[in-house]
Design a protein around this ligand. Structure first.
Ligand code: G6P
Length: 609
């Protein structure tokens, strides 16, 4: 949510900052801005996409080799030129960009107004800039120390970066609750709120932790805690490379990521699914697998699409390993004083590893003494670093705001965990081996499903003007119905709901008429005959039925469209059934002229509560 970039070195800062912002645009895209220092401080900011800013910077010329930039997802104050970042302090001495929310901004603003400060914008960020300004004026402290002192008065979350007009050799950044990474180059340094902003220039990075501030000069950097103790920080090597964050000929990142799923799952399972040895090896969980196996209950917390994969995880772990599972919205978990017993294990799932609510849930569980495991995609992310142990997805960077390959990789990881827990407990060696083989075959089966993309495009042509959609599934495919509806809502702005197929009779059936497309997940599994009855019920009311199925004979004449996909074991079917739903929403959104990769109002990583 919002993106921050920074640069200090020997090159033209504005070029590096703009290209960093382009790469971060998926984090927020309502406005963008730059501040560059070159004898003086110049700020250019614009409502709209980074391209608007790039045009403005071209005309205004911003020479200088030190600067900061920001792409915004509005929290306080509507998207506008004046509310975009960077924000200048009232003195005009320095400019600041900010991700996060200053919760006590109203109190601080009142105090500063009483002292004569005037505010140009409606943002909490300008309040922070003026607070630092005020501390600097009243104490005479140098800027880094004034920042530290001002931050002690702040309640809320922040990732900030600051440059000042009177110091052409200093970039300051600090974080609490909002990620920041320092990229270390040859006599140049890069700042980014995620690795995508800097991977073009360096793979050597320092992850800032909460409560840390970094002062970067042209020949070095110093990380301090907010109580001003100098810290020794490790330099890490980024795993991803530039190619992975480019579209590689695809029209959209989302399509690229849908198509990449076979490879993403192969990478996710590589070295883990060992068919020859009849074993699953999850290195990150080795030390904790016995505790997980002995758990009285597993609680899984997540948001959005990750919450849907958690629901699949519930069916998987309960069904295969017979361990009770509860799935929680991370945002609700911490606010209802959850009961966590010593025998519980908490798993948090997050593609980005930065979602504020999921991080807060992990912290809550840790503070209550639980073993907390993370399932993340972004290596080195805050959740990955703060959990006791975990499993990386290894799905590669996901840039499209609507999550696709992360979902299937999360489900694959949960499947591996469930099978590992079930091995020797509820599953015989033969059963385990059979399941392992079926899991290993999934990437190729997804390759087959992806070949019917054109069929889904034809369907999209028919249904693109619908105003509502219903997605129905049972058992393992109920969470997939939720995910299908979410995908459609997110990128095409068509209202869609996912329901357990049987629940349809308790409400949604009232909505069904010939204008209502109903997507059924009708795999030939233990729930099939019941789903067939539900299809009959919808067809009897003239609903327009689309069925995703591995069979279809019994339902052929009840459905308007059948989408045939390969057979697999019931517990593996979400990995296949979700693919046509991703493709359907993708094609509909493209045909409706929607911005698929950057849907309105959404952001890839929600780092505010
Ligand atoms: C946002 C994204 C979703 C994502 C959710 C959780 O809402 O738009 O695609 O599923 O956050 O993100 P996480 O990174 O924690 O999986």
């Amino acid at each position: 949510m919002c993106g921050i970039v920074g640069y200090i070195g020997h090159r033209q800062a504005s070029d590096i900052l703009i290209s960093g912002l382009r790469r971060l645009e998926y984090r927020g895209y309502d406005s963008a801005g730059l501040a560059v220092v070159n004898g003086m401080l110049r700020v250019t900011k614009k409502l709209g996409k980074v391209e608007e800013l790039a045009r403005a910077v071209n005309t205004s010329q911003m020479p200088g080799s030190l600067g900061i930039g920001h792409t915004r997802w509005a929290t306080h104050g509507e998207p506008s030129d004046v509310n975009s970042h960077p924000h200048l302090a009232a003195s005009g001495d320095f400019a600041l960009v900010h991700n996060g929310i200053i919760e006590n901004y109203a109190t601080l603003k009142r105090r500063l107004s009483e002292k004569g400060y005037a505010f140009r914008s409606e943002t909490d960020t300008e309040v922070l800039a003026n607070l630092i300004d005020d501390v600097r004026k009243t104490t005479g402290l140098p800027l880094p120390e004034a920042v530290i002192q001002a931050l002690t008065q702040v309640v809320g979350t922040y990732g900030i970066a600051i440059v000042s007009g009177d110091n052409p050799d200093q970039l300051i950044a600090a974080r609490k609750g909002s990620p920041l990474i320092l990229g270390v180059g040859d006599d140049e340094y890069f700042l980014g709120s995620d690795a995508a902003a800097l991977i073009e220039h360096t793979r050597q990075v320092v992850y800032l932790n909460d409560g840390e501030l970094v002062v970067v000069s042209r020949n070095g950097y110093e990380v301090r805690s907010l109580d001003n103790v100098v810290l020794n920080k490790e330099v890490h090597e980024l795993e991803w490379d530039l190619e992975q964050i480019e579209k590689q000929g695809y029209e959209h990142f989302m399509l690229k990521e849908i198509m990449e799923q076979p490879l993403a799952l192969e990478n996710c399972m590589r070295g883990r699914v060992k068919v020859d040895e009849n074993e699953i090896r999850l290195g990150g969980l080795l030390e904790h697998i016995d505790q997980l196996r002995a758990a009285d209950r597993i609680i899984i917390c997540a948001c959005g699409t990750s919450w849907h994969s958690a629901l699949v995880g519930e069916y998987l772990i309960e069904g295969l390993a017979r361990i009770p599972v509860e799935v929680e919205y991370a945002s609700e978990f911490r606010y209802r004083t959850p009961i966590i017993r010593p025998s519980d294990v908490v798993i948090v799932i997050s593609q980005s590893g930065e979602t504020a609510d999921t991080l807060a849930a992990a912290r809550e569980a840790k503070s209550q003494g639980a073993l907390v495991l993370g399932i993340c995609n972004q290596v080195g992310s805050t959740i990955a670093r703060e959990t006791d142990a975990g499993v990386y997805l290894h799905a590669g960077p996901e840039i499209g705001v609507a999550s696709t390959k992360a979902f299937t990789a999360q489900v694959a990881v949960l499947t591996m965990i469930a099978l590992k827990l079930a091995q020797g407990k509820t599953l015989s060696d033969e059963q385990f081996s059979d399941y392992l083989n079926q899991l290993a075959a999934i990437p190729d089966q997804i390759r087959n499903v992806l070949q019917i993309s054109d069929q889904l495009a034809d369907l999209a042509q028919v249904y693109r003007y619908a105003s509502n959609f219903l997605y129905l599934g049972r058992g393992f495919n109920f969470p997939v119905a939720l995910e299908g509806a979410l995908k459609l809502k997110e990128i095409s702005y068509i209202h869609a709901e996912g329901y357990p197929a049987a629940e349809m009779k308790h409400g949604p059936i009232a909505l069904i008429d010939r204008f209502m497309p109903v997507v059924f997940l009708a795999m030939h599994d233990s729930t099939y005959s019941k789903v067939v009855s539900n299809i009959e019920e919808v067809a009897a009311r003239q609903g327009s039925v689309i069925a995703i199925t591995d069979n279809g004979k019994e339902i052929e004449d009840k459905c308007e469209y059948l989408v045939r996909i390969p057979k697999t074991a019931e517990f593996l079917s979400p990995l296949l059934t979700v693919i046509p739903l991703q493709l359907l929403s993708y094609h509909i959104a493209v045909m409706r002229g929607c911005n698929v990769d950057q849907p309105r109002n959404l952001a890839k990583s929600v780092t505010v509560e």
